[in-house]
Design a protein around this ligand. Sequence first.
Ligand SMILES: C[S@@+](CC[C@H](N)C(=O)[O-])C[C@H]1O[C@@H](n2cnc3c(N)ncnc32)[C@H](O)[C@@H]1O
Length: 203
Amino acid sequence: MSKFSEYIGSQFGNPRGFVGAVCCVIMNVINRAMYKNTIALVDVSPDDKVLDIGFGNGYLSQLLYDKCKCDMYGIDISEDMVAVATSRNAHASRDGKLHLQIGDCCNLTFDENTFSAVTSINTIYFWNNTAKGLAEIRRVLKPGATFYNVVYTKEWLDKLSYTKKGFKKFEPEELISLGKAAGFAEVTIKEIVKGKSFVVVYK
Ligand SMILES: C[S@@+](CC[C@H](N)C(=O)[O-])C[C@H]1O[C@@H](n2cnc3c(N)ncnc32)[C@H](O)[C@@H]1O
């Protein structure tokens, strides 16, 4: 793996500075089908709270707020992305509905039974403890609420040079059994692009 590929991979896992911001814009373009599917699935009211894990430049937060006018919460390990995403979501911020902060999904600071939905697009590869992250998400979800975990297939990620280091890749069955072990009663898979991407829906 070249140093350049390693650097780009690390920027996807923790975007920093100008290069990190550019990587996020690239993601906004290449992951369009993922955002579209997530927006179609999340249906909450303005009184609800939604948490986006690893919001990057806040692209999904913006789409979710435009659709639902809900309280948009988010955590990301990148301090730089908190600034970029806050600036992108100035409208929600002015409405008092934006709550983005630094945080690690393996250690959430929110109370249990807080959120009507939790979303994550392309972040689970980077969590240092997958089981703990899923258990934390379940803890902060309201009873019966849903976690939408949007990912690329292992098969697809294996084709990309920059995913050789720092990316955990999962088979659908593994994400189902990890979800059940974390206490979700129902875990289903919804394909986005055959062989390439899918949403794991945890209830
Ligand atoms: C590939 S980017 C995806 C960004 C965004 N979800 C999107 O699709 O536009 C991964 C993001 O997850 C964040 N991240 C990585 N590990 C994390 C963790 N343990 N908890 C929260 N965020 C994390 C990174 O900082 C980065 O912003």
